[in-house]
Design a protein around this ligand. Structure first.
Ligand code: AKB
Length: 317
């Protein structure tokens, strides 16, 4: 039977590129996008679109009844920086949204669902370098706490109800097709836009704040690969560490200035600095590599070249 894929919350940074890839894989007619409002981007004009708030359980039921999905990607969530400004709302959206979607999967016979976790599950007491899959998890942001609770629920729903949940811990994601919103790692996307617009950027993180990062192409491929791997290969039922590259604002600026001579960077750290300092600097992803053959393609240099080339082309048309 052909897959019918429902993507909840796709109008953000990951969803835009994920939907495009799912359309290529399954056909646009077999992908349904749903979000609280419709984006004008071309990708969302090619598939059915449902206006849907994941907090509205009965509307989720209606959409499942109408489209009969066989596979669900649940992306709707509030990211780290926005969540700190609205902790109660962030908790409700991130947790209740997840319960509503997982319960709808059980009620409507959907066997497989993808749910994104984040490096935010790690906290100040986790090892900073090559942070292992299994280690101390004491996040101190509401976003991280909701992601950690979510991971425990992924494992619980699998063991208790047999729902085949697939999940990865996203690092900071960097792509040229969409903009991030409300995250701590957003500087690493903004910098490319500003570099091309004004040859300068003011970073909201300090120069030596190293964080795990990944090109969006790798992140979307990882998302599809972990979701489509044979069930018996998925040995971790909470969420997999995945690693792309790691850099800090100063070294990213140095790499950019190789291609944009004269590029200047200054620093005005804000509340996001504290969040960044609670996270790892690099990630050990050997379990993902061993279990479902995960392999990133982009290192920092390839990522910078790809971002500048594509954004330059987009900005000149
Ligand atoms: C954020 O900065 O909140 C996200 C994340 C690392 O999960 N990009």
């Amino acid at each position: 039977m052909a897959e019918k894929v429902l993507v909840l919350g796709p109008c953000g940074q990951v969803g835009t590129e994920l939907v495009e890839n799912l359309q290529k894989l399954y056909g646009s007619q077999n992908v349904i996008a749903s979000d609280i409002r419709k984006s004008e981007q071309d990708v969302f004009q090619r598939s059915s679109f449902e206006i849907l708030d994941v907090m509205d359980k009965s509307r989720i039921g209606d959409v499942f009844t109408k489209h009969k999905p066989t596979l669900v990607y649940h992306l709707a969530a509030m990211l780290s920086a926005t969540a700190e400004a609205k902790p109660k709302l962030a908790w409700s959206l991130n947790m209740d949204g997840m319960f509503n979607v997982f319960d709808a999967c059980l009620e409507h016979g959907v066997k497989r669902v993808f749910w994104p976790s984040s490096i935010a599950v790690f906290g100040p007491t986790s090892p900073k370098l090559n942070t292992p899959q299994t280690t101390v998890l004491e996040p101190n942001t509401i976003y991280g706490i909701s992601k950690l609770a979510g991971e425990r629920y992924c494992e619980y729903y699998f063991r208790r109800y047999g729902l085949d949940v697939r999940s990865i811990r996203y690092p900071g994601l960097i792509g040229w097709k969409s903009l991030p919103g409300g995250g701590t790692t957003d500087y690493a996307v903004e910098i490319f836009h500003q570099a091309l617009d004004s040859n300068s950027y003011t970073s909201f993180l300090k120069p030596a704040t190293s964080l795990p990062m990944m090109h969006m192409e790798d992140a979307v491929r990882a998302t599809i690969e972990v979701t489509n791997a044979p069930s018996e290969q998925i040995k971790i039922r909470s969420s997999y560490n995945i690693s792309g590259c790691s850099f800090d604002p100063a070294s990213l600026a140095e790499e950019i200035s190789k291609y944009l001579p004269g590029f200047t960077m200054d620093y005005a750290p804000d509340h996001r600095q504290q969040i960044a300092e609670s996270w790892p600097q690099s990630i050990d992803d050997k379990e993902a590599r061993a279990d479902w053959a995960w392999q990133p393609k982009y290192d920092t240099q390839a990522l910078v070249i790809n971002m500048l080339e594509n954004l330059r082309r987009l900005k000149s048309t």
